[in-house]
Design a protein around this ligand. Structure first.
Ligand code: PLP
Length: 287
């Protein structure tokens, strides 16, 4: 955990950083968040994360708390003050502080902003990626606007906890047709039996992962055939490879689904290569 947090215009010691009890994020989950991977102290995939933040806010009719330029400066300052080179930056913007009522406050209040920065042990992450991870599956039970990155994550919390109790690191949601939508905090991918890279299309009720989007480009540039097309749990188990993407997981091979091995249960060459290519590009384009 890093030492300094940003709360509503001020950098403070993280242990002493508090939000108001009537913050609508706390009371009603009325807010959004973004997570940036940090490489060499710089924000990865900046355009994708800023664009999604603006879209999430606009869908909820919460104003941007400041211009993109000003926000970039604040985010960088948060990274600098914490002295973090490799890590994750968390930004939360809620509708603000107002007496608890479901409808928006009648007199507009300023959005509330919190930023924290955490260190990541890249060596440990690489070791985990080399081993691959297990996922479980869980019935899709989230609301219909998973394209908005809201702080309302109770379903995801329960799914992740169930995954952890089963010895897995991620839970894949499965819709009523038996098709995987995405993970509780990542997007889901396979290299199918024909060698085609597949991930769910964004017409589905999923978060438009920024890492997913970057990896689509990376994979196409590297000459892979990529299809944004759903796959079933059975297809994933029978696939050559499976993996997840996200700002935290980057590109992380999946070797077990509900206790069954994916292919021979070992990390495959495609996911490993894509992980390396993604990280190279993210490092080179971070700001
Ligand atoms: N899907 C969900 C539900 C998530 O919470 C996340 C990240 O937190 C992702 C996908 C991956 O998104 P990104 O690559 O933008 O981190």
């Amino acid at each position: 955990m890093s030492r300094i947090a940003y709360v509503n215009g001020r950098f403070t010691r993280r242990a002493e950083a508090f939000v108001h009890i009537e913050d609508r994020g706390y009371q009603l989950a009325d807010g959004v968040y973004e997570v940036w991977a940090l490489f060499d102290g710089k924000l990865a995939d900046p355009e994708g994360h800023f664009a999604r933040l603006e879209r999430s806010l606009s869908e909820l009719r919460i104003p941007m708390p400041m211009s993109r330029e000003a926000l970039t400066m604040v985010l960088r300052e948060a990274v600098r003050r914490n002295g973090v080179r490799e890590g994750l930056l968390y930004l939360q913007v809620t509708r603000g502080v107002a007496p608890r009522m479901h409808a928006f406050p009648q007199n507009p209040v300023p959005p509330a902003v919190v930023i924290t920065v955490n260190r990541v042990d890249r060596a440990a992450d690489e070791a985990r990626a080399a081993q691959g991870v297990a996922v479980t599956t869980t019935p899709e039970n989230r609301w219909g606007r998973c394209d908005i990155k809201t702080v309302g994550l109770l379903s995801n919390v329960l799914a992740k906890q169930a995954a952890r109790e089963a010895g897995a690191v991620e839970a894949w949601y499965v819709d009523e047709l038996g098709l995987v939508t995405e993970g509780a905090s990542s997007n889901a991918w396979i290299v199918d039996a024909d060698g085609v890279l597949r991930t769910r299309d964004t017409q589905a009720n999923i978060l438009r992962g920024v890492t997913r989007l970057s990896l689509l480009e990376v994979a196409q540039e590297a000459g892979f055939e990529v299809q944004q097309r759903p796959f079933s749990v059975a297809e994933a188990k029978a696939a050559r490879e499976a993996f997840i993407t996200g700002a935290g997981s980057l590109v992380l091979p999946v070797v077990k689904i509900d206790g069954d091995p994916v292919a021979d249960g070992r990390v495959g060459p495609v996911a490993s290569r894509l992980r390396r290519l993604y990280i190279e590009r993210a490092r080179a384009t971070a700001i």
